[in-house]
Design a protein around this ligand. Structure first.
Ligand SMILES: Cc1cc2nc3c(=O)[nH]c(=O)nc-3n(C[C@H](O)[C@H](O)[C@H](O)COP(=O)(O)OP(=O)(O)OC[C@H]3O[C@@H](n4cnc5c(N)ncnc54)[C@H](O)[C@@H]3O)c2cc1C
Length: 467
């Protein structure tokens, strides 16, 4: 909390009057869940950052009322979706008012002929998919966190869908947004069309903005007809690099698939892998029956030509469905590990991993989790990742910050990006200078100052502080 008691009382009074008692939370016990997200904050700092108040708006008008109260007193606002982000975007480091969109969870319109859906921001990706399925449609956005992540959160983090190879990510599906700006005005970014050459692409400005430019209150998104058929191919290899080689052949072939990943295999015998196979890749397919059958046959041929061992179709399908069954809420309570979603050029991937695991990790007491040293997204974004336990001991936090900076330096010196899909939050904020030039960062700050001159929208996140 940052407000003095008297001011907090006044703000509370104004919010209660504007919204009514059922939409405002102010008791400490009610505010505790708003102290963190799934980012592993420094242990000593747990519960150190407490918001002053949280609100539960149900409409755009409610959000406007809250923003006006906050703007008149320059109080920070933190928009919240499902709380599943991994980089501390919701940690209220400057106190303020959390705008929890959990009740703004309705579908407002569906158009089958236009293949579009208009939603409030607080609907989870899973609920949206379930409801769209009743219309024979889907958003196609398969995030591992889809039971918890909301449309507003996914847009604001530029969420990564593993089906991006065929359908793109949520950034590619935005037609139009409604956003409450820092002065309480409502911005409609443009018509609900996917393609236009008029105006600046204002809607894309709010993608990946991490709540620092405004509060998204409505989103019109492009959807697709549900596919007639789905399938999957899962194959086992001697090690990750062999699986990766086969995956690269598939990518180079031009065959259509919607999702794919290569991993270091861990416990793969549960999916039918013979002993001694330490690498795997899967490819998920969907489309018309004929398409899927032809693609499956093609991919199986590549597997057999590249020395892979095929899993049964049942095991492959079950392996693929595991991805979206994760419940990420528990990570907010545990989280003694972290994950990289780095992008580096393909030809430097081995060098990246060698330096990461053999030089940087041991220096700072980071250890890869068993079987999670390597992973590669087999799609157009080619994200390379790894999961590891955090350093322990007295200087654990300082060491981790140093390690993150070295990893960022490594990835960016190769022309890559340190975090493809988990955003910046507070975790990577101070390493953005490695990825962006001073001119690029200052341009971002100029945009921020125009839209949010008093820096009340999720301050202290995403952009490194200016001196
Ligand atoms: C187990 C697990 C699996 C994951 N898998 C994936 C994955 O496959 N792909 C992926 O991309 N990410 C993944 N993530 C990360 C996370 O789920 C995503 O970043 C997700 O999109 C965040 O959505 P959320 O609703 O939980 O947002 P929150 O965590 O609530 O918020 C994230 C950011 O968005 C802002 N925000 C939220 N709503 C609004 C709004 N209405 N207007 C403006 N700003 C807003 C917040 O201020 C914050 O800065 C995973 C996380 C976990 C724990």
């Amino acid at each position: 909390m940052t407000l003095a008691d008297a001011e907090r009382e006044e703000v509370l009074g104004e919010l209660l009057e504007a919204l009514g008692a059922t939409k405002v939370l102010w008791k400490t016990a009610d505010l505790l869940p708003y102290t963190k997200d799934t980012y592993r904050i420094r242990l000593e700092d747990e519960y150190r950052y407490m918001p002053d108040i949280a609100v539960l708006p149900e409409s755009t008008e409610d959000v406007q009322k809250v923003v006006r109260v906050a703007a008149s007193r320059k109080i920070p606002l933190i928009p919240k979706g499902g709380g599943s982000n991994r980089t501390g975007m919701l940690v209220p480091i400057h106190g303020g008012i959390v705008v929890d969109t959990i009740r703004m969870n309705r579908i407002l319109a569906v158009s089958k002929p236009d293949l579009s859906v208009t939603v409030q921001p607080g609907i989870t990706l899973k609920d949206l998919e379930d409801q769209l399925a009743e219309h024979g449609l889907w958003l196609t956005q398969e995030q591992g966190s889809q039971k918890m992540a909301t449309v507003g959160g996914s847009l604001s983090t530029s969420g990564f869908s593993r089906r991006h190879q065929k359908y793109g990510t949520i950034a590619d599906r935005v037609m139009s947004l409604e956003v409450v700006l820092a002065d309480g005005s409502v911005l409609r970014t443009g018509p609900k069309v996917l393609y236009t050459s008029t105006g600046y692409r204002l809607h894309q400005l709010f993608v990946a903005a991490e709540g620092t430019l405004g509060i998204i209150t409505e989103a019109a998104l492009r959807v697709e007809p549900l596919p007639e058929a789905r399938s999957a191919v899962l194959a086992f290899y001697d090690d990750f690099w062999a699986a990766n080689e086969a995956a690269l052949r598939i990518m180079a072939s031009g065959v259509t698939f919607s999702a794919g990943e290569a991993y270091e295999a861990h416990g793969a015998t549960a999916w039918g892998a013979p002993e001694g196979k330490h690498g795997l890749f899967y490819v998920a397919l969907d489309g018309t029956k004929g398409e899927v059958e032809a693609e499956e046959e093609f991919i199986k041929r590549v597997v057999s030509e590249s020395g892979g061992v095929l899993a049964s179709r049942e095991n492959a399908m079950s392996f693929v469905s595991k991805y979206t069954e994760q419940w990420c809420g528990a990570r907010a309570l545990t989280g003694f590990e972290d994950v990289l979603t780095t992008q580096v050029p393909m030809e430097r991937m081995r060098e990246f991993y060698d330096t990461l695991w053999n030089k940087i990790a041991p220096r700072y007491g980071i250890a890869p989790l068993p079987g999670e040293k390597y992973s590669l997204d087999v799609g157009r974004y080619r994200m390379a990742g790894g999961r590891y336990s955090l350093p322990k001991g007295e200087r654990a936090w300082e060491n981790y910050q140093k390690a993150l900076r070295e990893i960022a330096r490594l990835a960016t010196s190769m022309g890559g990006s340190v975090q493809s899909c988990h955003g910046v939050g507070i975790e990577h904020r101070d390493n953005m200078d490695l990825e962006f030039s001073e001119v690029a960062l200052e341009t971002m700050w100029k945009i921020k100052r125009v839209l949010d001159p008093d820096n009340i929208m999720n301050p202290g996140k995403k952009l490194p502080e200016r001196k």
